[in-house]
Design a protein around this ligand. Structure first.
Ligand SMILES: C[S@@+](CC[C@H](N)C(=O)[O-])C[C@H]1O[C@@H](n2cnc3c(N)ncnc32)[C@H](O)[C@@H]1O
Length: 267
């Protein structure tokens, strides 16, 4: 196994910790916004990569598109398959790395990823793969957390403490428009950029931390690995929650900004 393959095996384990499907429930509006921005509709052949348990797959399939979803974590593929089948949606699920997709060139009308491809350790390789499997004239649509929001800042914080990176050194670089334009420029003529935000809501700061410690896989991984140093991370996490909290009267409302980019593959 090469070094990068070994690294990805460890990354997979990290993403499988906690309860990602519980976390993903909060990201549904962003998945729906991505599907709308990418113009996905009936009959489109869509691939969602780093799909988690299928937020985008569900939203795309609901339009009447033919959807394939893939993720490198087997437990999330299983969770996604169960979810879409319980909803009666005909979604094909594959275990796959975004940097080595098991599909022929030009197979799909649209390739999407919400908060997924942004974590691939080699951004240029992941971008090239997405454009390889979309047909000429098809679209690649990506959603990524931006640095000016709670989730982006938490992603940055976690990268200081994790025993294995979640993805690149700075996944939120995918949320910086100029960086995304530069990364996608070799594959497309131009791209459309929109911005959105979801709000994480909790009854209190204590509830926020308890919920994150139960469900957020990166925090679970850090807690296991850090020993006494976990208290420092927890305190910094709590500081970020307090800094970003827009709730009044004890409740917590955390704005998590994201960028959506839709790029059409050169013909
Ligand atoms: C924050 S979750 C987003 C999941 C989903 N797209 C959503 O919107 O809920 C990140 C996902 O990326 C997946 N992932 C990270 N690196 C990957 C890679 N190299 N190949 C495939 N999946 C990857 C993880 O397993 C995880 O499911």
């Amino acid at each position: 196994m090469t070094d990068i393959e070994q690294l990805k095996e460890r990354m997979k384990d990290l993403w499988a910790l906690g309860d990602y499907p519980e976390v993903a429930k909060r990201f549904v509006p962003a998945a729906e916004a991505l599907v709308a921005a990418a113009g996905i509709g009936p009959g489109d052949r869509v691939l969602d990569v780093a799909a988690g348990d299928g937020n985008v797959a569900v939203a795309a399939a609901a339009t009447g598109a033919h959807v394939t979803a893939s993720d490198f974590a087997p437990s999330l593929v299983a969770a996604g398959r169960e979810r879409t089948s319980a909803l009666g949606l005909d979604v094909r699920w594959d275990q796959a790395d975004v940097e080595a997709l098991p599909y022929a060139d030009g197979t799909f009308d649209a390739v999407t990823s919400a908060f997924g491809l942004m974590f691939a350790p080699r951004p240029e390789v992941a971008a090239a793969e997405a454009f390889r499997v979309v047909r000429p004239g098809g679209v690649v649509g990506l959603a990524a957390w931006t640095p000016d929001g709670f989730t982006g800042q938490i992603t940055e914080l976690m990268s200081e403490y994790l025993p294995v990176p979640m993805g690149t050194a700075h996944p939120i670089d995918w949320g910086i428009e100029a960086t995304v334009r530069r990364r996608l420029a070799p594959h497309c003529d131009g791209l459309a950029v929109t911005r959105g935000a979801i709000t994480w809501e909790f009854p209190s700061i204590d509830d926020t931390l308890a919920w994150q410690e139960a469900n957020f896989g990166a925090l679970v991984a850090a807690r296991r690995a850090l020993g006494d140093r976990y208290a420092e991370l927890r305190a910094r996490f709590a500081e970020l929650v307090a800094e970003w909290n827009r709730g009044d009267g004890g409740d917590v409302r955390l704005p998590a900004a994201y960028l959506i980019v839709v790029a059409r593959r050169d013909r």
